[in-house]
Each structure stands twice: as C-alpha cells, then as structure tokens.
Design a protein around this ligand. Structure first.
Ligand SMILES: Cc1cc2nc3c(=O)[nH]c(=O)nc-3n(C[C@H](O)[C@H](O)[C@H](O)COP(=O)(O)OP(=O)(O)OC[C@H]3O[C@@H](n4cnc5c(N)ncnc54)[C@H](O)[C@@H]3O)c2cc1C
Length: 498
C-alpha cells in the first residue's frame, strides 16, 4: 500500500524539491506579472493568490510521464502559470473568470493534478485556477441517496465522510487519493468497481458550473428528464473547455451487506474473455471483473508467492447476501463451463488491499532512459480479440515490455489496459519513443474501431488523433466551445487543438 501521505502530496514534494534547486534562476526566467498579482489580490483577496515560482511550476504539471522527464532533463514545462489563484467559493470563481475574460488572460483549471494526459499543463501564459480550497460537503440527502459537494474535494476525503455514515460512493479510480470530483467529472473518469456502478457519468445527478462569460449554470437534482439533450453531459468529459465545474450532486450507495471475491485461472485468455462476455450478458453485475494476461499474471503470482500458471481472472460480488450468493453461483457455472480452475477468493482480497499501489510505474520513470505509461483502449466484444492481438504484436516487435489486463466490462464490450515499460539510451530518446508508441497504438486502436481513451481523457497527449475518432463530432465540440468561449479563455488547447 502507498503510505499515509497521499500519492499527490508525495509527488508535489518531489517536484517542489527538484524545482527549488533551480529556484533562483527560475525566478529570473519566469518573471511574475505584477499587474495580475495586484488585480487578483484586489478581487479575491491576497491570501488566495500566489506568484511563488515553486507554486507556479508545481501547478503547471500533472502526472504525465513527460513531466518527469522534463525535470530529469532540467527542461521546464513549455509554459508556466503566471499566477495561482485559489478560490474558496463559487463567487470567487465567477470573479476570476470575469477578470480573465475582460483582460484576455488565459485560465487553466487545476483539480487534483492527478491527470495523466497533460490536462492541466498551461499551453500559453495565464492564470491557474487551483480548486483545492473548494473542498466542502454541502448536503447529504439520505432520502434521495445523493451528496452535494464543492468540486475541489478529493475523492478519498468524500469516501471517508460517507463511510462514517455507512454510505459509500463506490467510484474508486486508482487515483482516488489525489483526484478531485471536478477532475473526475471533467475527464469522464471511471473506477475499479465500474462494472456494476458505471463510470462518473452514472453518478452525476446535477452540477453547477461557471461558464466562460462568468454566468452560472445549475442543473438541479432531478433523477432524469426528457427536456432536450442532457446538459450535465456537456460537462462530463469536457476537460474544462466549457467552463469551471464548481459543485456536483452525486449518487451514493449504502455500504454493501456482503462482499465476496472469486478467482479463476485460464489457460487461454480468449476463453476467459468469452466467460466475461457471457457473465455480463447473463444479466448479473459483478462490480469488479479483472483479467490479467499471462505476463501480468506471472508477475503477480511471482511477487505474491503463488505457484499458478495461466491468466488470472478476479471477480467480486457485493450487495445483499442472497444476491451475492446467487450472482457468484451464476458466474462460477459460466467459468467452469470454460474449463477455468477455481482458486478461491484470496487473490481477490489481496488485489483489493493493494489496489492503489502504482510504484511499479513510478520506479520505471525514475530509471535513466526508462519510461512507462498506460494506454487504456476499449472496443466492442466482436472486435476486442483482434485489437488485443495487434497491440500485443506491436509491442513484441518493438521489443518493449507490455503488461495488459482487461477491466471495466459492459454487455457490449470491454476495456483493455496496456502498461508499457520502455528503455532508451537517454531521456531525450525516451521521450521520442514515448510519443512514437502512443501514436502507433492509437493508430492500431482507430483501425480497429476502438476508442483511444477509455477513461484518462485526451489532454494534450492524444489531441492530434481525436478528430479521427470523433469525425464530425469534433466540429460540434469546436462550435460549442466557440459559442461559449469565443476568445478561448478557459483551458485553451485542451481536448481540441486551437
Ligand atoms: C496513479 C494513477 C491512477 C489513476 N487511475 C485512474 C482510474 O482508475 N480511473 C480514471 O478514470 N483515471 C485514473 N487516473 C487519471 C486521473 O486520476 C483522472 O483523470 C482524474 O479524473 C483527474 O482528476 P484531477 O482532479 O486530478 O484532475 P486534474 O489532473 O487536475 O485535471 C484533469 C482535467 O480536468 C480539468 N478539470 C479539473 N477540475 C475541473 C473543474 N472543477 N472544472 C472543469 N474542469 C476541471 C483540468 O483542467 C484538466 O483538463 C489515474 C491517475 C494516476 C496518476
């Protein structure tokens, strides 16, 4: 398990220490904008703005592997925030957004900074809107089972609050200790229990957002409506380009009465995939379905001291005791029909205890010339096997280590998570290879009608390929952006190219 300090605090400290070594010359290179500092301090208060070079640099990066390499190369983000503004209320956000519009200053929204596609990295000079102080819990509606929060709250803090009252969100992205609710909505995130509860789009009942002209949108808490397109959905996955999400009303759940893990070993990954499809299409909904390919399973077995050989499938069932037993028995029947070996629930429980540990990826970034990242694709059941085979072949031919698993299953398809570990002679070559791998794999995905992003979003890393996936859809997004933000003030260059 990652220690008590949050993953994000750990990273921030590391970035700050490194940047601080360079602070004297950085302060010279990145002169502060006195006008911005004076004006914003007047508008929202002196204690809510910072021009400290350490803050400006730390808020100009996320957890994209590129950011590590930039630091190792003593290279800096292409642009650095001029000032960090930390609003506490929706009123503060409105003032900042209006100020930015009136003075033609770009505004970059920073949630938890746990994004992995460069969503918070400034693409021009401007103001960074640090949402971390907007972390309040506004209302718990125990009849409707919803919670209303300010968008800067970190996922784990919300989960802790709910757990004390015997409720739970059940939206468990691996970054739950560092991602904010606003960021989770803006990137259309999903969690490890998504197969039963869905992605963030299944949680958002309503939201409040400050639009680029400073006006306020509020969509309420209706369970559903047939009043035209769902306005919430314009913001879910918008990556901040349509405005700043300031509050959200989210569905919550009662703590499950019973939780049961069941694990199986398959000789053949495609037989295991067929089992998952059948489970999903049989009408039962295990919250967790994770299938590791033989390479990733082997690493897991070795690390944990188990003597198994094959592909590991972890299933979890939860809810009312009778339902859990019934669902588990349906799934077991499907798996045994495919000649899977039932190995009980122990490995599932171990997975659960260690599910936030990402040290293996971090360690690779630390290696000189080493780089690692996860490419999360998804496709329909009829196309997933070909996609998986072609991606695997690509990495074999390039001699790059790949560990894959399938998770987030649907009745219509599944997502595949490809973690690659590349080596290069130096940091510069690692960055070149990184871009090449991303572009090649996105090309394979598009040729196979798969999505280039199942849940991490587009940011700046995948922008160039988005048009190929969305076709005409990209024009709709651009027109919407233009009509809401004609001067391109908020999150310019994010999701879509300028
Ligand atoms: C170790 C690790 C594990 C991860 N696991 C998962 C996972 O399981 N599932 C998953 O979906 N993702 C995962 N991610 C990716 C990342 O955590 C998510 O993309 C998360 O949703 C980002 O939230 P954040 O608050 O950190 O957003 P940030 O990184 O701060 O921002 C991301 C984007 O959202 C915009 N944004 C942020 N807040 C707002 C707001 N209030 N209004 C409008 N726009 C806003 C930003 O401008 C930016 O474009 C993981 C990342 C890491 C590092």
């Amino acid at each position: 398990m990652f220690p008590a300090v949050t993953y994000q605090v750990f990273l921030l400290k590391r970035f700050k220490t490194r940047y601080m070594k360079l602070s004297a010359c950085l302060s010279y290179l990145y002169k502060k904008d006195d006008f911005l500092e004076k004006k914003l301090a007047e508008i929202i208060g002196k204690d809510k703005v910072s021009t400290d070079i350490g803050d400006r640099l730390c808020f100009s990066r996320d957890v994209t592997p590129l950011c590590y390499k930039w630091i190792d190369l003593y290279k800096l983000p292409p642009y650095t925030s001029d000032i960090v503004a930390s609003p506490e209320t929706t009123g503060d956000v409105i003032k900042i957004v209006k100020f930015a519009g009136e003075n033609n200053k770009k505004l970059f929204i920073y949630g938890g900074g746990s994004g992995v596609v460069g969503g918070v990295i400034p693409t021009e000079r401007g103001i960074t809107l640090d949402m971390s102080r907007m972390c309040g819990i506004i209302n718990l509606d125990e009849q409707s089972l919803t919670v209303e929060v300010q968008s800067g709250i970190i996922g784990q803090n919300l989960e802790d609050f709910l757990n004390k009252k015997n409720y739970t969100l059940r939206h468990f992205p691996q970054s739950i200790r560092s991602a904010s609710v606003g960021g989770l909505i803006a990137t259309r995130s999903t969690g490890q229990f998504s197969t039963k509860y869905g992605g963030i789009e299944n949680y958002v009942v309503g939201l409040e957002a400050v639009l680029p002209d400073g006006s306020l949108l509020n969509t309420g808490d209706k369970p559903r409506s047939s009043t035209g397109p769902d306005i919430n959905n314009f913001f879910i996955g918008s990556e901040g380009i349509f405005g700043v999400i300031t509050k959200a009303i989210l569905k919550i759940y009662k703590m499950p009465e019973e939780v049961k893990y069941q694990c199986f070993i398959y000789r053949d990954i495609f037989c295991a995939l067929d089992s998952i499809r059948e489970i999903m299409q049989s009408g039962i909904k295990p919250p967790v379905i994770r299938l590791y390919n033989s390479e990733e399973s082997r690493l897991k077995f070795e690390k944990l001291g188990f003597n198994y050989d094959g592909c590991l499938l972890i299933l979890c069932f939860e809810g009312k005791k009778e339902l859990v037993e019934a669902e588990a028995s349906v799934a077991m029947e499907i798996c045994s029909k495919m000649h899977a070996r039932d190995i009980g629930g122990e490995l599932g429980k171990i997975w659960f205890e260690n599910r936030f540990d990402t040290r293996h990826i971090l360690e690779k970034e630390e290696e000189p010339g080493g780089m690692s990242d996860a490419i999360e694709l998804a496709s329909s059941w009829s196309k997933i096997k070909k996609l998986y085979t072609e991606v695997e072949k690509y990495f074999k031919e390039k001699n790059i280590t790949l560990a894959s698993h399938f998770s987030h299953a649907y009745t219509t398809g599944i997502s595949v998570y490809n973690i690659f570990y590349l080596n290069a002679k130096d940091e510069k070559e690692a960055i070149d290879k990184f871009y090449e791998v991303w572009d090649d794999v996105m090309g394979i995905a598009l040729e196979n009608d798969a999505t280039i992003s199942h849940h991490h979003g587009i940011g700046i890393i995948k922008r160039a390929r988005l048009k190929q996936e969305l076709g005409k859809g990209i024009e709709i997004i651009k027109k919407l952006k233009d009509s809401l933000d004609s001067e391109n003030i908020i999150n310019p260059g994010k999701l879509i190219e300028n």
